[in-house]
Design a protein around this ligand. Structure first.
Ligand code: IMP
Ligand code: MG
Length: 185
C-alpha cells in the first residue's frame, strides 16, 4: 500500500481540532444524559476511533456495544441504501437510551436502515451522534442529534475512515487526490 502522503490532497480536520470538538460533544452528551442510563452503539468499523475518544469525554456512567453492517450491491464508495447486519449487538436495547456512534453520514441510507432496525427493538430513546456529516449528499431525511463537523462533498480518510480498509489509524481527516491514489489490485 502507498504511503498516504502520496495521495493526501489536504488535511481537512487536524488531530487537535478533532479532539477539541470531541471534547465538546462529550460534554454535550453528558449534559443531555445527566442522571439517565446511556448506551453507546458503535457501528463497525469506521466508528471505532471516534467511540473510544468520545467515551473518554463523557462523564456520565455508560455502556457500549458494537454492530457491523454491510451495504448490498453497491461499489465500495457508493451506498445502495440497503444494509445487511453482519454482526448484531450483544445486549438487548429494550428500554435503554441508545446513542448510535457513526463516523460519517453521506447519503443517509446506512444510518436510516440501522435506525429502522433498532427502533423495532423498542429502546427508550434512540439518537444519532456522527463525527462527520456530508450534508449536501443527503438523499433521505436523518435526524442528527450530535454532529462533529459538516464537511464538503469530498472523499475523506483517516480517523476510522478507510480507503480500501487501510489508513484508519491516522489521527486526522484528510481528503484524497483520486488521481494519485492507487487502489490495491
Ligand atoms: P451513506 O449510507 O451514504 O450515508 O454512507 C455511509 C457510509 O459510507 C459510511 O458509514 C462510510 O462507511 C462510507 N463513506 C461515505 N463517505 C465516505 C468517505 O468520504 N470516506 C470513507 N467512507 C465513506
Ligand atoms: Mg461507517
Amino acid at each position: 500500500m502507498q504511503d498516504y502522503h502520496e495521495f493526501l490532497d489536504e488535511t481537512l480536520i487536524d488531530a487537535p481540532t478533532l479532539q477539541a470538538r470531541i471534547a465538546e460533544l462529550g460534554a454535550e452528551i453528558s449534559r443531555v444524559y445527566q442522571g439517565q442510563d446511556l448506551h453507546l452503539v458503535c457501528i463497525l468499523r469506521g466508528g471505532v476511533l471516534f467511540l473510544t475518544d468520545l467515551m473518554r469525554q463523557i462523564s456520565v456512567p455508560h455502556t457500549i456495544d458494537f454492530m457491523a453492517i454491510s451495504s448490498y450491491g453497491a461499489g465500495a464508495r457508493q451506498s445502495s441504501g440497503q444494509v445487511r447486519l453482519t454482526m448484531d449487538l450483544k445486549d438487548d436495547i429494550h428500554n435503554r437510551n441508545v446513542v448510535l456512534v457513526e463516523d460519517i453520514i453521506d447519503s443517509g441510507h446506512t444510518i436510516a436502515s440501522v435506525m429502522e432496525l433498532l427502533a423495532t427493538r423498542k429502546p427508550a430513546s434512540l439518537r444519532i451522534c456522527t463525527l462527520l456529516d456530508k450534508a449536501e449528499r443527503r438523499e433521505t431525511k436523518v435526524p442528527i442529534d450530535f454532529c462533529g463537523f459538516v464537511i464538503p462533498d469530498k472523499f475523506v480518510f483517516g480517523y476510522g475512515l478507510d480507503l480500501d480498509e487501510y489508513y484508519r489509524n491516522l489521527p486526522f481527516i484528510g481528503t484524497v487526490n483520486v488521481e494519485k491514489f492507487q487502489p490495491p489490485e
